[in-house]
Write a protein that binds this ligand. Structure first.
Ligand code: ADP
Ligand code: ADP
Ligand code: ZN
Length: 213
């Protein structure tokens, strides 16, 4: 099963992708996580990606596509995966489609987690991320057991630089310009599924499991 998560920044793609990954035994592939791991390790890729990420801009397609195709070519992805944060542009979607069709394969579901812009800025300012393992929390909706500490690994939780309100507004603008057209793209392919992302985390997930079976 190959699944794509669509939705605005902060819609809950990552939260739901992790739950899908656990329930269905599929690797969770997040381009944002891959970039952040590279930034943390000080790689050349990380340094380049950071310049765009800090401004709320997309990392250029050439760079992003290469990273993603390398990742899904790894052994653990051969029976499927959940893509979180890729594709984010029509050209990225086309490259993925071409690469899969060469293997006689295709994406099965594109799940759009729908959350209106008004909710997003508030949600992002409450998001906290683990500096070590990348786990995501929300100060009100998904709090850690101990404030400021990751449940999974005990590291400190931070507010991501790109989750500050001024950058979030920029990311939303870019989302509407470059990523939202993917909803029509996958609708035309007949694999688009919509879920309401404003309800409780577990209720969103229940609706997703109804789609995936
Ligand atoms: P969020 O979960 O808040 O939407 P991500 O962690 O997916 O954010 O991505 C963080 C940043 O990494 C993006 O704002 C963008 O700069 C970069 N990025 C991640 N995935 C892609 C992609 N597919 N194409 C271009 N840039 C990307
Ligand atoms: P994305 O990957 O789409 O950027 P995340 O999964 O990181 O989004 O979620 C953004 C923030 O909103 C996080 O702080 C997360 O804990 C919180 N969140 C996710 N889903 C919900 C929900 N259904 N209701 C309330 N808060 C949520
Ligand atoms: Zn952690």
């Amino acid at each position: 099963m190959k699944i794509i998560m669509l939705g605005a920044p902060g819609a809950g793609k990552g939260t739901q992708a992790k739950m899908i990954s656990e329930k269905y035994g599929l690797p969770h592939v997040s381009t944002g996580d891959i970039f952040r791991a590279n930034i943390k390790n000080g790689t050349a890729l990380g340094m380049e990606a950071k310049q765009y990420m800090d401004k709320g801009l997309l990392v250029p397609d050439e760079l992003t596509v290469k990273i993603l195709l390398d990742r899904v070519a790894q052994d653990d992805c051969k029976n499927g995966y959940v893509l979180d944060g890729f594709p984010r542009t029509i050209p990225q979607a086309e490259v993925l489609e071409d690469a899969l069709s060469k293997l006689g394969d295709k994406v099965d579901y594109a799940i759009n987690v729908d959350v209106p812009d008004e909710n997003i800025v508030r949600r992002m300012s409450g998001r906290r991320a683990c500096v070590t393992c990348g786990e995501t929390y929300h100060i009100e909706h998904v709090p850690p057991k101990t404030e400021g500490i990751c449940d999974k690994c005990g590291s400190a939780l931070i507010l991501r630089d790109d989750d500050k309100p001024e950058t979030v507004l920029n990311r939303l603008k870019i989302y509407h310009e470059q990523t939202q057209p993917l909803i029509d793209f996958y609708n035309n392919e007949g694999i688009l599924k919509e879920v309401d992302g404003t309800i409780d985390v577990k209720d969103v997930f229940e609706n997703i499991t109804k789609i995936l079976g």
